[in-house]
Design a protein. Sequence first.
Length: 73
Amino acid sequence: MSAPTERVEELLAAARDAMERGSYAPYSNFNVGAAVLAEGETTIERIYHLDRGYENLTEKLVKLGASVERIKE
């Protein structure tokens, strides 16, 4: 199932706006913006690189409405 075109365009505009306002990129000076549109369930394994690169990632995803469950191997 694909997302409505209007919603995708809205999210892309928000990502571009974040990039143009100047995202935090102290080392690379490469400003980026991002947007997420998801439906259903996604499993991500071996996320050690995400934990190192994104402070409080789980809490931020939950604030966006995600249901996050971490399972220790």
